[in-house]
Every structure is written in C-alpha cells, then in structure tokens.
Design a protein around this ligand. Structure first.
Ligand code: ADP
Ligand code: MG
Length: 692
C-alpha cells in the first residue's frame, strides 16, 4: 500500500485546486485561505463548478454545509446535486450561493438565549481555509454557523476570529525583533486522541453505554490496569484491523494520522496526527472522531469517546499540542542552539506564562464538560489546577536572565547504556513531566486537560486571544526600546516577578501541590459548574471583547449553553441509572434470591440446615433494601432540581444528584458481586474490557 498515493484522494486539497482551478482563481482563493484576505465573491462561481465536478467524479451525490454547533458534535443537512429545469430536464446543480451560504434553522441548536432576543434564522458561511472532503457519498463543506444577527453559534467562528486577531500582533513582535521575511503567523495544533474500543454486541446490551456513552455502574474487575501490561503493548488482531482501516480512511481524507498505540487502561488506545493549522486541526479532529465511530461499527466494535467510560481505570483525554509558526517555517517555541539568546523564544515563553497565569480559570473552563469531572484530579490526568511545567533547565534560564545573570545552559548530555554496540543517544534538555496540565515539550506546549469527547476549538481560541493581548503589549515595548537585549531581559524579569507563581515542575498529582497552589492564589476549580463561571468573569469577558473574539452577549450565551448541557447530561445519567437499577438489577436480584430460598427450602425438607447459605440470602436481601432506598432518594433529588434557576440547578445536580448517584452505584456494584453471574442482567467490566 502506498500512503502517498492514497493520501488526500477524498479531499478538495491544494493540489486538486491547483490542477483544476484557473490560475487567477486559485491565487485569489489561496490569498484568502492563507493570508486572511477577504473572499472575492466573483470566484465563487468557478470554485463551485469545479468543486462539484470533482466531487461527482469521486462518487458524491450530495453536498452538506458541515458545522460545529456548541454541542461537541457536527451537524449539516444533505442536499443532492440535483435540479429540474423549467422544461422538465434533470440537471446536476451546485451554485455559488449554495457553496457560500446555507440556512439551517438555528432554533434547533443550543443558542443560550440568543434565540429569544434574535430570530430563529441561522446561517452557515463557507470557510475557504478548511478543505472540503467527501465521505459516504456527500461533499462536506466546512462552514461557520451564526445567528441572523451574526452572533457565533458554533466553535469555529471564534477560533477564526482569534487567529485573525493574533496574526498582526505576532507579526509586530517578529518585526520588532528584526524579522523582515514572514508574512503570516498561525497557531499550529496537534491533538492526540484517546479512545476505548469495545465489542458492539456487549455495548448494545448496556443502556448506560448506549444513552450516556459511559458505564454508570460496574463492579471492579479482578484485572484492571494494575499490571501495566497494556500501554504500548501488542495490539490485538481485531483492533489492529480496525486501526488499519481507520488510518486508510483518514489518509484518504487528508487527515495526517501518524501514531497509534495501546493506552494505559485495558481496551484503551490512542491516535495522534501530525500537527496542522489550528482551524484545520480542529476540523480534522472532529472529522476523525466521526470516522472512528463509524469504522468501529463496521468492525462489530464500538468506539467510546467519553472521558470516563469506566470507573477505577484511566479515562480518556485529548492532548492539545500548541505552538506558533510563520508561513516561512519559524516556530516561535523552538529554542534553537542557544535558547538564552533566542529573543523570539524568550518573549514567546514569557507571553505564554503571562497568558496562562492571567487566564488559568478560562483554560480550566475549556476542559469543563460533565464527563471530565470524573477524570481530572484522579491521579490519572492533571488535577483541576492549571500550572506550567517548563523543566528545571528553562526555569533556571529564565530566573537567571531575570536576575541579570548570564544563564549557563548545559550541553545536552549523552545517554550511557554501558553496552558498546548500542548507539550513543543525545539526551533532551529536560525530562518529561506527565502530571502537568500545561507542559513545555521541546518545541510546543501540551495542554493535557481536555476531555476526549471535546472539540479543541475553544482552548485554542483562548490561547490565541490571550496571546494577541500580551503580544500587543510586548510589541509596543520592543518597538520603542533602545536596546532589544535589555528590553527582552526586562520582559523576562517582569514575567517571573508577576507570573512566576504559575510555574511548577513538581508532581501535580500530590496533595502538597494542591495546598501550595492554594497558597500561591491559583484558581482551584474542581467541578464543571464552578469552572464554567469563568465565562462570566469580567476580566475574561473583557479579553474576548477587546480582541474581538466574542462579544459580551456571546460569552453569556456560551455560559448558559454549557451550564444547560451539564444539567441535561446529569439528568439523563440519573434517569438511566434509575431505569437500570429498578428495572434490570432489582428483578435480577429477586430472581436470584428465589433460587437461594428454593435451595434452602429443599435442604430443609431433606433435614439439612445450611447457615451460611441462609446468611447469604439475608445479606442479599439487606442490600436489595438499600438499593431500593437509594433509588428513591435519587428520584427525589431529581425532582428537587425543579423550580430553580439554571445556575442553582447546575449546582444542585453537581452536589445532590451526583452524590446520590454515587451511593446508588455503590449498591449496584455490591450486588453485582453477590448475585450469580448468569443472573446478572448486563455485561460486566471484565466482559467489556477483556473480551473484544
Ligand atoms: P510527544 O511525545 O511529546 O507526545 P510527538 O512528537 O509525538 O510528541 O508530538 C505530539 C503531537 O504534537 C503530534 O501531534 C505532533 O504533530 C504535535 N506537534 C509537534 N510539533 C508541533 C508544533 N510545532 N506545533 C503543534 N503541534 C506540534
Ligand atoms: Mg503527548
């Protein structure tokens, strides 16, 4: 198989455009997609015609404006390339207006009050910077989704706004530092995606997995991840087949899938693509998640993208690797041979330190989804406290520069294995820190807090907006200074003095760190509900308004949408749990108790007294009583959430409903270990995790 040959065959790529579009149209479109020049409406006709011909030749019968409403899924309706002329002739049609503009009904998507103030009408607008692609016979056209009055109702629009705002300020910094060649600065992102694969038939017989994407109960299996035998272990044949199929489809779609391996938990895996422009990386990640699910189905498997499908073993995250790159290939976070003299590197490090310290609460918010609450801080993922890992080497370098001392960087040491035939390896400047939520990893920062089900758009929007703000100030300082080296040293000194508290190179899982972080005054936002309030914090609203990324109305709408989503998700989980406990587990227990009591009766008739069996029955009966009680309590608290305003309801779901769910779960799991295996009404953790 030739990856290069199959790569991008299903995407309206740069190559396809160059080949099929007239030279002037191609240039014009390229200027728009790369340099951010306004789209020339005159070229839309030609692009639409060429795009349609290419799509039809490649098996498409329909087109769809593909957009990302604020529900972490993608949406779009499908229209056939079909029209009937006045004299009854059937023709294949795709006009420029169909390419450029769509009109889905905005009232059926989360709008957070924007709908009440404005009209239900919504528009999708073609994003020429993200390539269209063909999947299952449809030409998908990436679009932005806005309300009638132009408010963003999606995750793409603010990201594009933030990238647009960042470019000129980042260029200013570059120019001030003497760069004369670069024309464009873009955020680059590589998103590593974790997921679980389980057998489809077993998935189908669990209501919690089907409705909530995660298990709501399940006793701890005899074997979890304790033997540490899954991470990067041999990939099972069935899984390997799936991964191969998946890769081929991703490559055809122009998604640069690169690395695959088994993850820590049983049945858990990871896929990492090569980094791309933030906007495209984001579209590709969402597309990839869809292809992962669809492909699993074809292999008799189910792909779980939930953050915490199973209690007691690791959940799934998404690592967002972030840097800034120019059109001529300069990476802002590349230290180069002499990092202490690399002004761009130093200034960018400082800018990010300031951003992360000032907007730690917003970054935490970007990872706030109900599923992630079970994961963050569990000693498997970063805690809910934001801090930066730079490594000792670069931390010392910055503190030295801040003190006016010339930093002495060690030459990279060699690794000695004491085996003559093995190659000499050059070591990296610093070791890894897997526990940090925001870690410098050599030429990029890795944000490790995102949940596996989330879109990566918001976190990159926040980073880009915050950088815009800081770069504008740094640029001003650098433009007006007498001596660049001195000014950069001042910037470093100010950053360490004002924002040094955000740096932490130790173990983020430790209790001491939580205490230390509190002493340093860092925000500790343990739950989604608390974290979402960052969207109402005036300093954050101000940042978004100042950079033109979100208006105040849009911030409040988002707060409402995410809060409402939280309430709905917890409610669905609670009701699913009640259904399973009352209508599946309770009857199973009663049936098994019948078996025990029949056996006891039979023994008694035969004149045999069996105390242990009797005790078993009594214990079971007590547990069943507790189960019923806890069901009643949960039901009660579900009703108790009514008649409250949205914020109160969310708090109530968090504190009351979720803690009662935890109690009910405890009962279900205890009963699972007491009831005969063939009586248990659903696949167990062992079935799900080890039998695929
Ligand atoms: P790690 O071992 O740190 O996870 P990898 O080299 O496997 O490192 O990279 C992880 C992800 O980071 C990949 O998706 C990779 O493409 C991405 N990445 C590498 N360089 C950059 C960069 N300059 N900007 C953004 N992402 C990057
Ligand atoms: Mg990584």
């Amino acid at each position: 198989m030739d990856i290069i040959k199959m790569y991008g065959t299903k995407t309206f790529s740069d190559e396809v455009m160059r080949e099929h579009l007239p030279e002037t149209v191609y240039r014009s479109l390229k200027d728009t997609s790369r340099l951010g020049k306004p789209l020339d409406p005159a070229i839309a006709d030609v692009v639409a015609a060429v795009m349609k011909d290419w799509a039809v030749q490649n098996g498409a019968t329909h087109f769809s404006h593909w957009f990302h409403p604020l529900s972490n899924v993608t949406a779009g309706k499908h229209d056939a390339f079909l029209s009937i002329t006045r004299d009854g002739k059937v023709i294949g049609e795709f006009s420029s207006s169909a390419l450029v503009r769509g009109e889905p009904d905005a009232s059926s998507f989360p709008s957070g009050g924007l709908r009440a103030t404005f009209e239900a009408r919504g528009y999708t607008a073609w994003d020429p910077s993200s390539p269209a692609f063909i999947r299952e016979g449809t030409l998908y056209i990436p679009t932005a989704f806005c309300s009638y009055s132009g408010e963003a109702l999606d995750s793409k629009t603010p990201l594009l706004r933030a990238m647009q705002a960042l470019n000129p300020q980042a260029l200013r910094v570059l120019r001030a530092l003497g760069n004369t060649t670069s024309q464009l600065v873009i955020p680059t992102v590589g998103a590593e995606q974790e997921y679980f694969l389980i057998d489809r038939e077993k998935y189908e017989s669990r209501l919690d997995l089907k409705l909530c994407g995660c298990t709501l109960m399940g006793a701890r299996p005899p074997k979890g991840q304790e033997l540490e035998d899954h991470y990067c272990g041999r990939i099972r044949l069935r899984v390997a087949d799936y991964m191969k199929d998946l890769d081929e489809q991703l490559w055809a779609l122009g998604i640069p899938s690169k690395t695959k391996h088994n993850e820590t938990a049983p049945a858990q895996h990871e896929l990492a693509p090569i980094f791309e422009t933030a906007n495209i990386a984001c579209d590709h990640n969402l597309n990839m998640m869809e292809v992962m699910r669809i492909t699993a189905k074809r292999h008799g498997l189910t792909c779980l993208l939930h953050e915490k499908p199973f209690a007691g073993i690791n959940g799934s995250g998404k690592h967002n690797n972030f840097s800034l790159t120019t059109d001529d290939g300069i990476n802002f976070l590349s230290p180069g041979k002499s990092p202490a003299e690399n002004k761009l590197f130093l200034v960018t490090l400082c800018a990010l330190i300031e951003c992360v310290d000032n907007y730690a609460d917003l970054l935490r918010m970007a990872a706030a989804v109900p599923g992630n609450d079970h994961r963050l801080g569990g000693g498997e993922a970063p805690p809910a406290i934001i801090s930066i890992f730079l490594g000792a080497e670069y931390t010392d370098m910055l503190t030295s520069i801040a003190k006016g001392i010339r930093p002495s960087l060690r030459d990279p040491a060699a690794l000695n294995t004491d085996v003559a035939i093995l190659p000499r390896l050059e070591k990296d400047n610093s070791d890894r820190n897997r526990t940090s939520p925001f870690a410098y990893t050599g030429n990029k920062f890795e944000f490790r807090m995102l949940g596996s089900s989330q879109s990566i758009a918001f976190v990159n929007t926040i980073l880009s907006a915050a950088l815009t703000d800081v770069f504008a100030r740094f640029a001003q300082r650098l433009e007006g200074c007498d001596d660049l080296e001195t000014e950069v040293a001042h910037i470093v000194a100010d950053t360490i003095q004002n924002h040094g508290r955000i740096l932490f190179n130790g173990n983020n899982y430790s209790r001491e760190w939580a205490e230390e972080a509190a002493r340093r005054g860092l925000p500790i936002l343990n739950t989604t509900v608390e974290a979402l309030d960052a969207l109402q914090n005036p300093k954050n609203v101000d940042l978004f308004c100042r950079t033109g990324v979100l208006s105040e109305t849009e911030c409040h709408a988002r707060h409402e949408i995410f809060m409402e989503n939280y309430v709905k998700v917890v409610r669905v989980e609670a009701e699913t749990m009640l259904y399973m406990a009352q209508r599946q587990i309770l009857p199973a227990c009663v049936k098994y108790m019948g078996l025990l009591s029949d056996s006891l009766n039979a023994l008694e008739k035969a004149g045999v007294e069996n105390q242990t069996l009797r005790q078993r029955l009594v214990a079971l009966s007590r547990q069943v009583e507790l189960l019923v009680q806890r069901c009643d309590h949960l039901l009660e608290s579900c009703h108790g959430s009514r008649n409250k305003d949205l914020r109160q309801r969310a708090g109530f779901m968090q504190e009351e409903v979720r803690s009662r769910m935890a109690l009910l779960r405890e009962s279900c799991d205890t009963l699972e270990s007491m009831v005969g295996a063939e009586y248990w009404p659903m696949p167990t953790y062992t079935d799900l995790l080890h039998r695929i």
